[in-house]
Design a binder for this molecule. Structure first.
Ligand code: RAM
Length: 542
């Protein structure tokens, strides 16, 4: 189900639960208080000025995962000596990914600078962005996300800093027109990289193989470039805070750049925008002022509570934990309204994300995520001294685990199945393992059986891949976990990734969840977790 259908679903579920717990005024005060706390934790951004490495040209290669090789096409001196006229173009390479701004001096060269210079800029995260036309566009997200711009500069020479922020390694410039009596030259081209990440990356456990070290560098760059004044999902698109992405960024941040205050800010931003019944949105906008974005993936509501539990565990900040506790608990309580006979029943029009996969049956994974949420909330209650508030959860967990084994576990096949067609997916096995359903040896067998199955539904996004790899480590399938990291993030590395992507599949590197590859984001928050996995499970790898 896509996001448009989710919006329609929101109303019907609202009716199910009725109005919120607190009177409206109290709710407004609470939101204002949360927003003030979010504002107090707003980080400043550092700006680093970077020079280009040179000029490049894409060379078609049908055997390359992206269909393009990158070939050197000149130095910075060559760039600064070229006079460009109507129809000319070039591609500047900054040699790596950043989130930031572009500046340059534009010089008019010729007897008479008698017109403005009009140019088209394309900002490429990948070589395919600057090698292929963006049009005709076939995606279902707005094409205004495509990183292209027509810019007109008057009165040359002129120092220029483009006003919009971009995510880029490459900048393609096409001259639309100057006039017959002058051309333009670019001097002092600079990127201004911005991030709220600070400090050095702590080293990996000794003995880590080189390819995994390289994976860590690229994963950390992914986190760095998504770390702005919120943890953005992608600096190219959607440039917004999503709970599912935040959870993975926060886990990675605790073992890398360690920006705990930014996690706190993001938790308060999400908590400030509950629906009337208290359910939190899956995403919020930061600009022009913080606002709810209107998507309600129900699994992400559980992850708010999980992210708070992770935060308190990592930081010991029980004051924030206590402040956000009622909001966290409310997520589990609202969702309990959908549990019938100890089984979570996903209403028809409700969005449960899990992965971008049209045919994935989400019932088993959502059941497991809900159980996992209950367990993490109990852990949080212990840390906050609030166990009396979750006194009923022990029995609820036990009953739901029993129902899970009866309804979702196929004893003969030794795997968890989901839906009327008894679908086997890595999503179901991974989430049952993380939720701790059925014991370690059952989980290990289930994961191994699903990995072997030819018809098993496999992950499409780094988001779900992360949880599959984490489950494999938890189940002691270390070799399989590392092999999956190499096939997945390693596959992106082989395709030339400077940062990890929003979507990738080893059997289809150009997978397009929004029906056009060019609207994918290629520096995407939920892809940063190798930096977490390699540290958290490092001793199981080396
Ligand atoms: C997309 C983004 C975001 C994700 C949601 C579910 O819009 O990729 O990162 O959390 O989907």
């Amino acid at each position: 189900m896509n996001r448009r259908n989710m919006l329609r679903a929101t109303g019907s579920v609202l009716a199910l639960f009725g109005a919120g717990l607190a009177p409206q005024v109290q709710a407004q005060d609470r939101s204002a208080n949360f927003l003030a706390k979010a504002a107090a934790s707003k980080p400043s951004l550092t700006e680093t000025v970077q020079a280009p490495k040179g000029l490049i040209t894409p060379v078609a290669d049908a055997g390359h995962p992206l269909y393009w090789q990158i070939e050197a096409a000149g130095t910075v001196a060559d760039l600064e000596s070229r006079v460009l006229k109507k129809g000319d173009s070039l591609i500047i390479d900054f040699g790596g990914h950043r989130t930031g701004f572009l500046s340059f001096d534009l010089i008019g060269v010729g007897p008479n600078v008698d017109a403005p210079a009009r140019m088209r800029f394309v900002f490429g995260e990948l070589i395919s962005d600057v090698a292929e036309p963006f049009h005709p566009y076939t995606g279902w997200l707005s094409q205004s996300w495509l990183p292209e711009e027509i810019v007109t500069i008057d009165y040359l020479p002129q120092p220029v800093r483009l006003p919009r922020r971009y995510a880029f390694r490459f900048v393609k410039v096409e001259i639309i027109d100057t006039s017959s009596s002058f051309g333009v030259t670019f001097k002092n081209v600079k990127a201004h990289a911005v991030t709220s990440a600070t400090g050095e990356l702590p080293s990996l456990p000794a003995g880590m193989p080189d390819d995994l070290k390289q994976m860590d560098v690229v994963a950390a760059a992914t986190l760095r470039d998504c770390m702005q004044t919120v943890f953005e999902d992608g600096p190219r698109r959607d440039q917004r805070l999503w709970t599912g992405d935040l959870r993975l960024q926060a886990l990675t941040s605790y073992v890398s750049y360690r920006n705990d205050d930014l996690v706190k800010r993001c938790l308060y931003l999400l908590a400030a925008f509950p629906r009337e019944d208290g359910l939190l949105p899956g995403d919020v906008y930061e600009l022009p002022k913080p606002a709810r974005a209107g998507d309600f993936p129900y699994d992400y509501a559980v992850f708010f509570a999980v992210t708070l539990a992770d935060y308190v565990k990592a930081t010991g900040d029980v004051a924030t934990g206590g402040d956000l506790w009622p909001t966290a608990l409310r997520q589990l309580e609202i969702l309990y309204g959908l549990v019938k006979d100890d089984v979570f029943v996903i209403p028809e029009k409700v969005w449960v994300f899990i992965d971008w996969h049209d045919t994935l049956d989400r019932a088993a994974a959502m059941q497991a995520i809900y159980i996992y949420g209950l367990k993490r909330v109990v852990e949080l209650a212990r840390a906050l001294g609030l166990t009396a508030e979750v006194a009923a959860y022990g029995a609820r967990i036990a009953a739901m685990e029993k129902a899970t084994l009866a309804k979702f576990y196929d004893r003969k096949a030794g795997v968890f199945v989901s839906g009327p067609n008894r679908q086997v997916s890595l999503a179901s096995q991974a989430w049952m393992t993380i939720a701790g359903v059925g014991g370690k040896s059952l989980q290990t067998k289930a994961l191994r059986a699903a990995l072997k199955g030819a018809d098993t539904i496999r992950p499409r996004t780094p988001y779900l891949n992360h949880y599959v790899v984490e489950a494999l480590f938890l189940a002691g399938c270390d070799a399989e976990a590392v092999a999956m990291m190499r096939a997945y993030w390693g596959g992106m590395l082989k395709a030339g990734a400077d940062t990890f992507w929003e979507a990738y599949s080893p059997d289809n590197p150009r997978i397009a969840p929004y029906n056009d590859f060019h609207v994918n984001s290629f520096c995407h928050a939920w892809s940063c977790t190798p930096s977490y996995l390699l540290r958290q499970y490092g001793q199981q790898i080396v």
